[in-house]
Write a protein that binds this ligand. Structure first.
Ligand SMILES: [Zn+2]
Ligand SMILES: [Zn+2]
Length: 95
């Protein structure tokens, strides 16, 4: 995997677009992020970081609240849990 990545509040995203799954960068960080939060990997929608800027130290902070550990904008565990639930639901429907 050659895409440049960044870490935002413990989750990994492609650096160019702040996406967990990015076609343009040929990057997929779902397995790594799922693993970090103690989940088994599953096929789900990728999460995406909201508008962010970098601090003087190069850390990402959300534009809305100016926080590098924002629970609302960077609440990845919640977002991943939601994406997993949606994927499970969709899987049930199609089978
Ligand atoms: Zn990208
Ligand atoms: Zn925020």
């Amino acid at each position: 995997m050659s895409a440049a990545t960044v870490e935002i509040n413990d989750a990994i995203f492609c650096q160019a677009h702040l996406k967990e799954v990015c076609k343009e960068c040929d990057y997929d960080g779902r397995e790594e992020n799922d693993g970090f939060y103690g989940f088994d990997f599953m096929d789900r929608e990728g999460i995406e970081a909201p508008l962010s800027s970098t601090t003087k130290d190069g850390e990402y902070q959300c534009k809305k609240h100016g926080s590098t550990t924002c629970n609302q904008c960077y609440g990845w565990k919640k977002q991943i849990t939601r994406a997993r639930a949606a994927a499970k639901k969709a899987g049930k429907k199609s089978s």
